[in-house]
Design a protein around this ligand. Structure first.
Ligand SMILES: *[C@@H]1O[C@H](CO)[C@@H](O)[C@H](O)[C@H]1NC(C)=O
Ligand SMILES: *[C@@H]1O[C@H](CO)[C@@H](O)[C@H](O)[C@H]1NC(C)=O
Ligand SMILES: *[C@@H]1O[C@H](CO)[C@@H](O)[C@H](O)[C@H]1NC(C)=O
Ligand SMILES: *[C@@H]1O[C@H](CO)[C@@H](O)[C@H](O)[C@H]1NC(C)=O
Ligand SMILES: *[C@@H]1O[C@H](CO)[C@@H](O)[C@H](O)[C@H]1NC(C)=O
Ligand SMILES: *[C@@H]1O[C@H](CO)[C@@H](O)[C@H](O)[C@H]1NC(C)=O
Ligand SMILES: *[C@@H]1O[C@H](CO)[C@@H](O)[C@H](O)[C@H]1NC(C)=O
Ligand SMILES: *[C@@H]1O[C@H](CO)[C@@H](O)[C@H](O)[C@H]1NC(C)=O
Ligand SMILES: *[C@@H]1O[C@H](CO)[C@@H](O)[C@H](O)[C@H]1NC(C)=O
Length: 892
């Protein structure tokens, strides 16, 4: 009976829990990973000409960057003493639902290393209680406030540590938001590499200051949700291939990853898709070449969940950790690594060196963050909210554990969350100072987006529904709300005369009295591909860039009846506002993005004028979706493989619109205030003389790289220990009969495989790349004065324009730095400092494989300083060293 009950429970799990994790719906389940590995149905469509995933072997070992030397020294002592089983344990997750966290590695308790807990998400500790549900990445980006990005990262890290999370699965910079309809752009910081880079770096520094390992993801080219994974594991329709040319890769998509690595990030997660025809989880150029050699990454590289598609292949390509451990199909106890990695070491196919490097990278990262010192074990379970329950829910027989201790880790983080959500709010229109509102105004509120989800704020698993206020998108990048401050509740707390119509269809009962102000709440949602919400399969495939639930019509109806309408938009990305933006009664528009739990007070802080709005758009709002090229559209079904070719190159978002002289409705960086600011007394100071190439990097120091015996260890090291009580379906490094393992013939290594190290890439040299790339070339200062009649903060952005006689094709302007002032009282001023690095002025030369500055120009670099990409009149020049205002804007 018990067995039958367990089997039924397991079947129920297989049903229910496919929704819990990143996983496609499998059309069929095959039981034999060997068959899968040698499958002959691995068809794909040909890549377009010119896109190749060049082989890059072997994996560069970690340990040569001085900032990590002490950690590697400690790791070496440990790894040198480890058995094969212990090393393999660290590299492989124990299986889906086989531990408290969404990912759990094996342990090496002899050295004090527990099962490491890997847990989502980038906006809060997922699947648990008593945490803070912070605003999403896009909301952080819209604040343009580095200190707030750090503060939120710090609070996130404090909560992760408090729950016993070793490795937090965030922040996100891929997708970058290339496709406006792409499902997960909201997890990152905006559609620009520098905005992403700064958002991520500050978040990482904050998270890791708590000793939590941050994970930068998804590397790379994960710009749409549909078809991101193989539909049948390794089968007929493969994950799409993002085909990215080398220059675009360096200057756009890899840029924020390089900055994250420079900030010392401990982990990188690969993406589901292929890149130039090779799966991201085993793309040797991307992992061995770009990440670990050129960008000098010293930490560990993990797969996205169930993204591993091969064992030996991924090991050779530079993967260090397989998550959650299972092969293509979870719950079967089958893996590409675990016992298979032990096998591939014993049979001589995976070099012992490679496994040593995997283990060393993992242990060194653990030391680098200080996790050997009093680090808490997980005190929660991502699998249940009950106080006790199965330790390993996917096991046939699982012991029972204390699953949740309900540790409250929130501290005063609601304040940080509210500060971020408030500062993100972007005022796009405010005719005749309609905002701020008087608390005694007669307010008529429309739209279900104003109220908390009536079914319960966490009623939809991973927020996979769009009910009530949109506080976050859906999928693994979410967290449970501990509580939710809905806008309507906050408005009612603040204003005396409020009538709420909880409907998305304009109510015929709505009355109009002269002086009424209508506030209309609308939203647009997206998320991760495992759930389809209202016809949107992760991407905004069915809603397009329009408001959901007829929101645009609701605004139009309200505008027909009321003479003053304020529109509040909660959104994952740009929406088209053309249906109503110019209507005379639409007087004010606020974009509040995804505010997390503090949706209410953060909004009323702005609506009623306790604070002046200071958010700015982290992407452009186009007039029409087809203002962008077709290559930025979602791609549909192809029989074998979708080819997602980045033919627009560097030209996404404002870069494309600018190049093609297309006016946006609201430009990248736009955002109004209740006050006015002047920018005066700008200065430019040359710091480092320009040279075409950076000073040559130093050779990679090899003396600090740990070395170990490369002898194949005794097979007995992966024999099941005597009396070991194995849990069925749990992934172990052990083999039943390890001494029987022998090489069966010769292994067919991938094309280009070698165990001879590559020459040092010229663009490398330390974390992120050649340290000289971060030499400051120019600094700038500008005096910001509050010339209006309201206290407020101003963001100052700096865009570079390459010399007009440069032979390189470059976007007309590119964001390179920004700063936000403190709150300036009326009449107060602040001097803001900005800078550009060598990399900021460089182009990736695909022939030289290096960053070059176009120094032969006789025309200057122009550095545009302003509060939006659409409001640039002040520029400083490199050659004359002068800054002048009143210039014609470089872009329409
Ligand atoms: C490594 O550098 C980071 C900043 O980049 C710093 O916070 C950290 O303390 C350094 N760690 C060591 C071990 O030097
Ligand atoms: C193994 O560990 C011991 C004790 O920590 C240490 O003294 C020894 O150096 C280690 N072995 C190696 C080869 O590092
Ligand atoms: C490997 O990890 C598992 C727990 O995940 C543990 O039971 C086992 O003892 C570990 N093996 C070794 C050799 O430490
Ligand atoms: C070694 O083992 C791995 C894992 O089972 C397998 O993929 C590989 O083909 C084996 N190599 C040889 C030469 O037998
Ligand atoms: C938060 O923790 C408390 C104990 O401190 C517990 O009573 C409560 O149920 C937890 N909240 C949730 C939402 O589980
Ligand atoms: C702004 O207010 C002035 C004075 O009340 C009025 O004449 C004007 O029409 C208003 N403008 C708009 C666009 O509503
Ligand atoms: C609320 O506003 C309405 C106009 O819509 C007005 O008639 C009524 O007197 C106001 N009530 C209060 C309490 O101010
Ligand atoms: C343009 O920038 C100036 C100077 O910062 C500022 O006063 C003005 O409000 C800005 N205009 C817009 C539309 O952002
Ligand atoms: C900034 O400009 C204001 C207004 O012109 C002026 O009063 C103030 O002295 C300036 N501050 C600096 C640091 O230049």
């Amino acid at each position: 009976m018990l067995l039958v009950a367990r089997l039924l429970a397991l079947l129920a799990f297989l049903e229910c829990c496919t929704a819990l994790v990143n996983r496609p719906n499998y059309a069929q389940i095959k039981l034999d990973t060997q068959t899968l590995q040698s499958s002959t149905i691995e068809k794909r469509d040909s890549l377009p000409a010119g896109y190749v995933a060049a082989p890059y072997y072997p994996t560069p070992k970690g340990g040569w960057v001085s900032n990590w030397t002490a950690a590697y020294e400690k790791a070496k002592v440990v790894v040198a003493n480890m058995t094969l089983a212990e090393k393999v344990n660290l590299t492989t997750g124990t299986g889906e639902l086989m531990g408290p966290c969404v990912g759990n590695t094996g342990s090496a308790l002899r050295f004090g290393i527990p099962n490491l807990c890997l847990q989502d998400s980038a906006l809060g500790v997922a699947d648990t209680d008593n945490i803070t549900a912070f605003p999403a990445g896009v909301t952080v980006g819209a604040t343009w406030n580095k200190a707030l990005a750090y503060a939120r990262g710090y609070a996130l890290g404090e909560e992760a540590r408090g729950k016993g999370v070793n490795i937090q699965l965030g922040p996100v910079v891929g997708p970058i938001g290339r496709k406006p309809r792409g499902g997960r752009g909201w997890e990152g910081f905006g559609t620009d590499p520098v905005l992403q880079a700064i958002g991520a770096s500050e978040s990482i520094k904050g998270i890791q200051a708590n000793g939590v390992i941050a994970t930068i993801k998804h590397f790379i080219g994960n710009e749409q949700e549909a078809y991101r994974m193989d539909i049948i594991p390794h089968g007929l329709m493969r994950a799409y291939s993002s085909n990215i040319d080398d220059r675009t890769l360096h200057e756009l998509y890899a840029w924020p990853f390089a900055e994250a690595i420079r900030s010392g990030v401990g982990a990188v997660m690969t993406s589901y898709n292929e890149v130039n025809g090779s799966a991201a989880s085993q793309n040797s150029y991307m992992i061995n070449g770009l990440l670990k050699d050129e960008m000098g990454f010293q930490g560990l590289v993990m797969t996205d969940w169930l993204a591993q598609i091969g064992g030996v292949s991924s090991a050779l390509a530079g993967l260090d950790m397989a998550m959650p451990g299972d092969g293509d199909i979870p719950f079967l106890g089958l893996a590409y690594w675990a016992y298979e990695l032990s096998t591939s070491i014993l049979n001589g196919t995976v070099p012992v060196d490679r496994l040593n490097d995997m283990a060393t990278r993992i242990v060194a990262t653990w030391y680098q963050m200080g996790q050997d010192q009093d680090y808490p074990l997980p005190n929660f379970s991502a699998n249940t909210a009950d106080p006790t329950g199965l330790c390993y829910p996917a096991a046939l027989f699982s012991p029972t554990c204390v699953t949740n201790e309900y540790v409250d880790v929130q501290a005063d983080h609601a304040v940080v969350a509210r500060n971020v959500s408030r500062e993100a709010i972007t005022m796009l229109k405010n005719v005749n100072n309609t905002l701020p509102l008087s608390t005694s105004a007669s307010l008529k509120i429309f739209g279900t987006d104003a109220e908390a989800n009536p079914n319960g704020v966490n009623s939809c698993n991973e927020r996979a529904c769009d009910e009530g206020t949109l506080g976050m998108g859906w999928g693994s990048g979410t967290a449970n709300y501990p509580s939710f401050d809905a806008p309507i509740d906050a408005i009612k707390r603040k204003a005396a005369n409020v009538t709420y119509y909880a409907t998305d269809t304009f109510p015929s009962s709505a009355t109009v009295v002269a002086g009424d102000i209508a506030i209309v709440f609308i939203n647009s949602d997206s998320g991760e591909n495992q759930d389809t919400v209202e016809g949107n399969d992760g991407d905004r495939s069915s809603s397009g860039l329009y408001a959901w639930h007829g929101g645009d019509a609701l605004v139009e109806a309200a505008a027909a009846k009321y003479s003053t309408v304020v529109v509040v938009v909660h959104t994952v990305g740009p929406i088209l506002v053309e249906n109503w933006i110019a209507l005379p009664s639409v007087k004010a528009v606020l974009f509040a993005y995804l505010p997390g739990q503090e949706a209410g007070d953060s909004l009323t802080d702005i609506l009623f004028g306790d604070y002046s709005p200071s958010g700015h758009l982290p992407w452009s709002i186009p007039v029409a979706e087809d203002d962008y090229p077709a290559s930025l559209s979602l791609l549909g079904f192809e029989l074998f493989q979708v080819q997602d070719t980045y033919s627009e190159g560097l030209y996404i978002d404002y870069r494309y619109l600018n190049k093609n002289n297309i006016s946006s409705r609201f430009p990248f960086g736009h955002g109004l205030s209740y006050t006015n600011f002047s920018l005066t007394s700008a200065t430019i100071t040359a710091v480092t003389p320009l040279s075409s190439l950076p000073p040559a990097r130093s050779p990679k120091p090899t003396s600090t790289i740990p070395t170990y015996s490369t002898a194949i260890p005794p097979a007995s090291e992966v024999a099941y220990p005597a009396g070991f009580n194995a849990i069925w379906r749990y992934l172990y490094p052990y083999l039943d009969d390890p001494s029987s393992i022998t090489a069966t013939g010769t292994f067919d290594y991938p094309t280009g495989y070698t165990n001879v190290s590559q020459p040092d890439p010229p663009a490398g040299g330390s974390q992120g790349g050649n340290p000289a790339l971060w030499d400051t070339m120019y600094t700038f200062s500008v005096n910001v004065t509050n010339t209006g009649s309201y206290a407020g903060k101003q963001t100052v952005m700096l865009f570079v324009q390459y010399p007009s006689d440069s032979a390189w094709d470059t976007p007309i302007i590119q964001l390179r730095d920004f700063e936000k002032t403190d709150e300036l009282a009326i009449g107060a001023s602040e001097t803001v400092s900005l800078s550009v690095t060598r990399k900021d002025l460089s182009i990736w030369d695909v022939v030289q494989q290096n960053w070059v500055i176009p120094v032969s120009s006789t025309e200057p670099f122009l550095f545009w300083i302003g509060s939006s990409s659409g409001n640039l009149t002040l520029a400083c020049e490199s050659l004359s060293g002068e800054c002048t205002d009143g210039r014609a804007s470089p872009v329409v």
